[in-house]
Design a protein around this ligand. Structure first.
Ligand SMILES: *Cc1c(COP(=O)(O)O)cnc(C)c1O
Length: 425
């Protein structure tokens, strides 16, 4: 067997499907977010990032950076081992208390990422429950799907946010069988929100456990940043609330919160928790500082919502096909993978604007899009610059404008010749 050839063919396949990804070489500039330096072909240039999941810019907050630096200075850079072997760093203990309080739960458990928290927790909970049936929303994140797979439990997929479909599956399983409903609060590609109350009602009616991923909501929704479940007063009706420290909180790590017994079981049984080195204390301290700040400060949430609403309005006013979204996510439809990739190449190469193309399999074919995430640091002036760049790109590539709303469609005054990008570098 020619091993190298095997891997080359695997990559060729990705190329053939137009799904091959080239990562932009970026350097974020603390204090100037969302500006970053982009390096390409030996040149460095300043660009604007429009697709960061550092949703509130907390990754550059002086208090968060300060906590990180102080703690690293006092305790060093690494955790020194797994929590079983090397003990639990005190900043992790504080972080877990903070998280349990954030969601009004008895206990919390921190993992090295949100991905790991979902994979380890869902698989462990469903594996411990006898003959568990998992009911999973069809648009759940890959980390949840991995958790479902690894559990070995039977699964049924319900249509996205379709409570009637979910109910029929629950009914068929019956009240007696162990059941775990796994879903998200904010779905990050469309920016829509799950019917959490209706799902909680069904869980109660059919005696199912509930597991919600609030990754795209923690820090950003609810009076203390406890997510959509906090905003809607539903946190106590969901058994397990999962979140990340890496998006709105601006650091790294994932977590679950719930009752003492569930959290203790995951802590005691999940290999993805037990056999991996703990988060460094500096990251834990930075995350705690970020969470505490967002528990009392509404300013970041208000500014983010304002800028997201403004971006939607400005883009729609010139006929750009802004997809419906109830949240801070601003998806703009391209509808073709090739054009989507060309549009983002053009935005970066011509306009110095970085937005990742969102193509299949992240979203269904035909709904390829730009996923734009305005933050409090994306000013009105930056939104206007982006609007002009999008219009120029739409014109240059012949991407369809929105035809239904019939707004006045702006035409770019001039098409800028595309000199860059030189991809494949
Ligand atoms: C990003 C993401 C995760 C994973 O979180 P990380 O902390 O980045 O590993 C989990 N769930 C959803 C819905 C996500 O978008």
């Amino acid at each position: 067997m020619n091993y190298q050839r095997f891997f080359e063919e695997a990559i060729d396949q990705i190329h053939a499907e137009r799904r091959y990804r080239v990562f932009a070489d970026l350097e974020r500039i603390a204090g100037s977010f969302p500006k970053a330096i982009w390096r390409s072909n030996g040149e460095a240039q300043e660009i604007t990032v429009w697709c960061s999941n550092d949703y509130l810019g907390m990754g550059q907050h002086p208090d968060v950076i300060g906590a990180f630096q102080n703690t690293a200075g006092k305790m060093g850079s690494g955790a020194g081992g797994t929590r079983n072997i090397s003990g639990t760093n005190h900043p992790l203990v504080e972080l877990e208390l903070e998280l349990a309080d954030l969601h009004g739960k008895e206990a919390a458990l921190v993992f090295t990422s949100g991905f790991v928290s979902n994979e380890a927790s869902i698989s462990t909970i469903a594996r411990l429950l006898p003959n568990c049936l998992i009911l999973s929303d069809e648009l759940n994140h890959a980390s949840m799907i991995e958790g479902v797979r690894r559990s070995g439990a039977e699964k049924k997929i319900f249509r996205h946010n379709d409570v009637a479909h979910l109910e029929s599956l629950l009914q068929a399983a019956g009240r007696e069988r162990a059941k775990l409903i796994v879903f998200e609060s904010v779905y990050s590609m469309d920016g829509d929100i799950a019917p959490i109350k209706e799902i909680a009602d069904l869980a109660e009616k059919y005696n199912a456990m509930t597991y919600i991923d609030e990754v795209h909501a923690v820090g950003m929704y609810g009076p203390r940043g406890g997510g959509i479940t906090e905003r809607e007063g539903l946190a106590d009706r969901i058994d397990i609330i999962e979140g990340t420290l890496a998006k709105a909180f601006g650091t790294l790590g994932g977590y679950i919160t719930g009752t003492k017994s569930v959290i203790d079981a995951v802590r005691s049984f999940a290999p993805g928790f037990i056999f991996t080195t703990a988060l460094p204390p500096a990251i834990a301290a930075a995350a705690t500082t970020s969470i505490r700040h967002l528990k009392t400060s509404q300013a970041e949430r208000d500014a983010q919502q304002r800028q997201a609403a403004r971006a939607k309005e400005v883009f729609a006013s010139v006929g750009l096909p802004v997809m419906p979204s109830e949240t801070h996510i601003v998806p703009v439809l391209v509808g073709d993978p090739e054009l989507c990739k060309m549009a983002t190449d053009r935005l970066l190469g011509v306009h110095g604007i970085y937005i990742q193309p969102i193509n299949y399999p992240t979203v269904p074919r035909g709904t390829e899009r730009l996923r734009i995430t305005p933050t409090p640091f994306h000013t009105d002036a930056l939104i206007d610059v982006l609007k002009d760049a999008l219009v120029e790109t739409w014109d240059a590539l012949g991407i369809p404008y929105n035809t239904e709303g019939k707004p006045a469609v702006a035409k770019s005054d001039r098409i800028i010749p595309l000199l860059v990008p030189k991809s494949g570098g």
